[in-house]
Design a binder for this molecule. Sequence first.
Ligand SMILES: [Zn+2]
Length: 459
Amino acid sequence: MKIPAFIDSHLHMLGVGYYDEIINLGKVKSIEEIKALLLDSDRDIIIARGFNQENLIDKRMPNKNDFSNIEKPLVLFRICGHVAVVNQRMLDLLGIDDFTKQVSGGSFDIDTGLFQEKSLGLIYQAMPKPNKEDLKRYLIKANKILIENGITKVASDDFSSFGVPYEMVIEAINEVDVAGLLDVEITEQVNLPMEELRDFIKKGYVRRVYKNFKMGPLKILGDGSLGGRTAALNKPYEDDTLNIGILTYTDNELSELVELASQNDMDTVIHAIGDRAVDQAIKVIKKAQDKFPRKAEHNAIIHAQVTNKKQIDLMAKSGIGAIVQPIFINTDIKVVKERLGKRSEESYLFKTMYDKLKLGFSTDSPVETVNPMHNIYTAIARKSIDFPEYEPFLPSESFSIEEAIKAYTKNNLPYVYSQAHQDYIEINQDIFRVKYQAIKDIIVLKVYKNNKLIYERKN
Ligand SMILES: [Zn+2]
């Protein structure tokens, strides 16, 4: 049957392509299996990602001693991307020993090789930076993956993924676009610190439109993650009673960024997961709206996971939308009650938001799979695909299939700066009639853009 093609309103295109090139540990079941996969790598620094210690028969975190027989420096990122394990060769390469100072907002342990949160920066510094050709290759890979999944428009956050100058990213995307190799329409979520944002504005990039690529809203990272206990909460974590998470900016710093954007006719989308970060985002956006009113504004909060009904009403009143990821339930279902206790009953309230605000679906891929069918399944079932033994999480927040598709198409139009969406896909099942359990296995057969067939599944 035919349905509209999907629009994903927050992901990382270059990250999707990059992840496709490094070793994927998503399916491994033991530390032995990890070792076997790493030995195959022909890179100078072995990079792998996606393991989850809860799924290993060893039932423990891998540590540096597990990899002492591997001759090359290596780093393994956990599925969440907030924790990594390195071997001794990597510690040597990083120059980290007993005398190295800890990084604030993070920690590392040289006995286990375990790195968390901000200390990951030490590892990133040592990783080879991609050049423009690498970026173009990542983009072409991501384009293919997205089209195969029936996604033809995205809002993508790419400027701060690899520590390269933002103009190199613009050039890379534009060159792929001009060469006719970009089928997915990209609206860039402009993720830049103050100085570079000023530069971006001064050089006239605001709302610039290329062929299939255009400049979108300012994107700001307001806090961390729930899994990593860095999401900023109003009251301490249930399982870490001295910790309320981390706000990335003070109110003033955040206001300065948002107001600079407003003055220059840019919308703002803010990553806010904890309720304290959501409060801050609402306050700052509202202030900028009052100070510099504009005609059509499409400001939004990305994630809005720990967001109670009062906050949702406030967002509605201020015309602030939400860009949410039902698929996060897939992994978070294991930790949400431990982290939040009773507050978990007022989190992931996506259906309540859908009824009150402009709510769009996205995946934040490569954090989770880009597959819309998995995202729709979790929106409807409120269950985890990887951990099916868990009961549905707040099933009263379930979407109907019609609502889920609307959140994945029409509702996302303002977030990709498009007026209309004529793209459609052909899928192998009647999505409106199959049992909801079968939705996650639906396959995209064909993709049409502006009535032209651009993809047909082989076999
Ligand atoms: Zn993201």
